[in-house]
Design a binder for this molecule. Structure first.
Ligand SMILES: [Zn+2]
Length: 475
């Protein structure tokens, strides 16, 4: 083997090694974004939640996430994937009426599939796919709706009877498929459903929160088992929190206004009122100052901090209950012991935010972010161009790894926790052993190469100039 050939092989192998490593680090960032509906930020302190605390301890944690008004499911989930306020993305409530098109949208009836309601914005899966990547979605709101003519690459049509485990299994299949996804979206209905039924103050909620923690543990162990854990940026968040309501705190609209004078849209605690022709002044006058725990706004007077004014689906009058109060037409309507939708300045309305993975710093916390900031963060990690949005990458950048993203080191995977985390370590050790063996091979190759170089060059140099041959090579 002559030295030129040897040199060529060495540099080719080196280049290959580095290019593979570089592409792993720079071009194959994977994100699994998980939303546990209605998971209030402080639930993780209420009962032992070792899996949430594991992510918190070894990843990034934000104490206060200010979500968007109204603090309900569809507006907030669409904000998370567009970075826009509802007045810009158009999903301004779970139940809407579009007067220009004379169309309704209702989460309650699952009448949510009319594309036009969604097309004021372009969600991240469309941008991701436009950049040549693939997306997989398991029940994330809006992912089974055709938006701008497209669906996610892989998605599950909404069906709440599909178990959490099945949703996880499908996502893992997509991450490992021949056309692998780089972005997975996973939605789970609890603890929202039980929070509504029981009220968040009910001690029975403890077991609901423990169950969510077990589900997170299942997700982590499956990712580990499928050798996806070290590569994954796992982001755990939610759409809103939950507050305790009471049968003592009911505002009955029938006491103040004639139900024949208006159409009532959306559900407590923020309700939109569309007055019938010529009834606007009468309705507004009757409701304004009617109840000490009811705030009434004309559309144009809705405070700027809500970013909830400039969309034609926002109705002429908006009424909002104080925390814990319920607005009903009358007491024949049912009410819930737990609810959300209130002012997004209330801490009870805030969701949680945790993240762990190669793109995030370890053991870092931040006081506050806005839920609109998630979108630019996702685009940055996936290296796709963000569309115009209301978030700020600068506001979340300190959560990100300042060095090149890298796989989670084994030291990070050794928490002093009372849960059994041995399973999470397996892939890290394999990775560590692989890197160690790879380094040995490169060193051995380098030694063989140097030895070969010395042997191949010695005679020539010695023939030309015996006096300088040794100093040149060995000094
Ligand atoms: Zn929700």
């Amino acid at each position: 083997m002559d030295s030129k050939f040897c040199c060529c092989v060495f540099f080719t192998l080196s280049a290959l090694t580095f290019s593979v490593a570089f592409s792993e680090l720079q071009h194959e960032q994977k994100i699994l974004l998980v939303s546990f509906d209605g998971f209030r930020w402080d639930y993780i302190y209420r009962v032992p939640t070792p899996h949430f605390h594991y992510i918190m301890k070894y990843g990034a944690y934000v104490k206060q996430v200010t979500n968007v008004f109204v603090t309900t499911t569809y507006p907030n989930h669409y904000t998370l994937v567009t970075g826009l306020y509802p007045e810009s993305h158009g999903i301004i409530a779970n139940d809407m009426y579009d007067s220009t098109r004379n169309k309704t949208f209702s989460l309650e009836d699952m009448n949510i599939y009319d594309s036009e309601f969604w097309e004021d914005a372009t969600p991240i899966w469309i941008t991701n796919q436009g950049a040549g990547h693939n997306t997989g979605a398991a029940m994330w709101p809006g992912t089974d709706v055709k938006i701008h003519g497209k669906f996610p690459t892989y998605y599950l049509p909404y069906n709440e009877s599909v178990s959490f485990e099945d949703r996880v299994r499908r996502l893992i299949e997509w991450f490992k498929s021949k056309k692998p996804i780089n972005l997975g979206l996973l939605y789970w209905e609890d603890p929202d459903e039980m929070g509504h039924n029981l009220g968040p103050d009910n001690p029975l909620m403890d077991s609901v929160i423990s169950d969510i923690d077990n589900k997170l543990g299942y997700l982590i162990s499956e990712l580990n088992k499928e050798k996806l854990w070290d590569k994954m940026n796992l982001i755990i968040t939610s759409d809103h929190g939950m507050t305790q309501c009471s049968g003592e705190k009911i505002i009955e609209l029938d006491q103040y206004v004639d139900p024949n004078d208006y159409i009532l849209i959306d559900h407590s605690p923020v309700r939109a009122i569309l007055p019938k022709k010529g009834k606007f002044d009468k309705i507004f006058a009757a409701l304004n100052n009617a109840h000490p725990n009811l705030t009434v706004y004309k559309k144009e007077d809705i405070p700027d901090r809500f970013h909830y004014k400039y969309h034609q689906r926002i109705q002429p009058i908006l009424i909002m209950a104080d925390k814990g109060w319920t607005i009903l037409q009358n007491r024949s309507n049912s009410f819930m012991l737990g609810n959300h939708g209130y002012d997004n300045a209330l801490s009870d309305m805030h969701p949680l935010f945790l993240a762990l993975g190669p793109a995030f710093k370890k053991n870092v916390s931040k006081e506050s972010i806005n839920s609109t900031d998630l979108y630019p963060l996702l685009c940055y990690i996936l290296d796709i161009p963000p569309l115009p949005h209301n978030g700020s990458l600068a506001n979340v950048k300190e959560l990100l790894s300042t060095t090149a993203p890298k796989a989670i080191s084994p030291s990070v995977m050794s928490p002093q926790s009372n849960m059994n985390l041995k399973v999470y370590k397996l892939h890290s050790y394999a990775y560590f052993v692989g890197v160690f063996l790879g380094s040995i091979i490169v060193i051995v190759f380098l030694l063989v190469f140097v030895k070969h170089l010395v042997h191949s060059q010695m005679p020539t140099i010695q023939e030309r100039n015996a006096e300088i041959a040794q100093p040149l090579l060995w000094s």
